[in-house]
Write a protein that binds this ligand. Sequence first.
Ligand code: ACO
Length: 426
Amino acid sequence: MAEFARLVIDDKEYTLPVIEGSEGEKAIDIRSLRHESGYITFDPGFGNTGTCRSAITYMDGEKGILRYRGIPIEELAEHSTFVETAFLLITGKLPSRDELIRTSVLLNDYSLLHEDMRSFYQNFPRRAHPMGILSAMINALRSFYPELVDIDEELNKTFLRLISKIRTMAAMAYKISRGHRVIYPRPDYSYCANFLNMMFDNPVIPYHMDEDLERALNAFWILHADHEQNCSTTAVRVVGSGKVNIYAAISAGISALWGPLHGGANQAVVLMLEKIIHDGMDLDTVIARAKDKNDDFRLMGFGHRVYKTYDPRAKIMKKMCDIVLSKTRHEDPLLDVARELEERALTDEYFKEKNLYPNVDFYSGIVLRAMGIPTNMFTVMFAIGRLPGWIAQWKEDYADPEMKISRPRQIYTGATLNHYIPLSER
Ligand code: ACO
C-alpha cells in the first residue's frame, strides 16, 4: 500500500498520508490540506469522505458483507438476541452469562417511565406521528435524569436506561394514540416479548405470546442495530460532537431516521405497494415511472448508497417474511406484488446498470404488518433497533481523542460584497 498520496496544484506538490483500515479500506488523510494549500475537498453527501476511525461495524457494499465487531450479521440474526447484540455493539465483546443476567436485570429496573412523563403524551395531537413524539420524549429524558458523569458505570446505566425506556415509550405512544389502556412492562418477559405484550395485550383479550414472532422481532432489531456512518448515525455523531448530552444526540438521530430516504423507507414501501394495488397499476407502468427522469417517483426499498449488490439484511428479511406470514396464516397481497416487482426490477437494464437491488426496507414493512404493527410505527421499530448502534457510535466518538467538533467548510456561491440600502431607497 502507498504510504502517501501526492496532489499537484499549480505545480506545487502536496504529500498527504494514506490510512488503512483492518479490512484494507484506504483513505487519504487531508487534514492538513486547507492549511497548507488553501484548498478544501468538495463532497456533498459525504459519499467519499471518512469522518472517523471506527471499530464497530464493517460493511462491504460490493460484496454484500455486514459484520458487527467482526461477527457476520447472518450469524447474529440466527443465533443471538437483540440484547446480546446491543451489548456486543456497545462494549465490543459478547457478554458472559453473568454480564447478560446483569444487563437483563438493569433493563427490567429501567423499563418503567416516570409517571410525570405520561402527561406529555396526552398533549400531543392524536394524529401526531410517533417518530415526532419519540424524538421529543427521548430528549425530555435529559430533564428527568442527571447529567452524565465520566464514570463508565454511570454511562453504562444511561445506555441501558435508553434501550429499556425507548421500548416502553414506543408501546405507550401507540396505546395512547388509540385511546387504549397503557400496558406496563413485565419483568418475566424478554426484551422482545415485553414489547409485543405492551403493544397488543389488553384487559379483554390477553395477548398470546408466540415464540416465532418473538424470534422474528429479535432478528428484525438485530438486522437494524447498526450500519456504520449512515445518515442518522452521522447526525448522532455530529450533534454529539458539540458535547451535548446523549439524549439530545439520540433524539437528533431519531429525527434523521424519520425521513423517507432513510428509516422512513419501510413505511414508504408499504404505502407504495398499497397504492399499486388500490389504483390497479400494472407493474410495467410502475417500473417505467421509476426510470423516468421527469417523474420524481422512485421504487421505494430499492437502491442504497453503499450496497451495490443485494443488501445482506434484505435476504434474511425476505426469508423471515415467509416464516411470519405462514405463522400468522396471513395472506398478504402486498407480498405477491413485492415479489413480482423485485423480479422485474432485477432483470431490468436500468436497475442492473445502476446496481439497484432491494434494501432491508423492501420486505421489512411486510414482516411488521404481519406482526400487527401499524404502518406509522414502522420507523419507530427501526429506531428501537438502531439505538444500540447510535449509542456505540456516540460512545466511540466521545472517547476518541482525535475527534473534534463537526464543522465542515463550503464553497460560497452567493453575492460578492454588497452594501446595505436603506428602506426609503429600495
Ligand atoms: N428507484 C429508481 N431510481 C433510483 C432509485 C430507486 N429507488 N434509487 C436510485 N435511483 C437512481 C437515481 O435516480 C440515480 O440515477 P442517475 O444516476 O440517472 O441520476 C442513480 O440511481 C443513483 O441514485 P442516487 O440517488 O444518486 O443514489 P444515492 O446513493 O444518493 O441514494 C438512496 C441512495 C437514497 C437509498 C436511493 O437509492 C433511494 O432514494 N432509494 C429509495 C429509498 C429507499 O429505499 N431508502 C432506504 C435506504 S436503506 C436505509 O436507509 C435503511
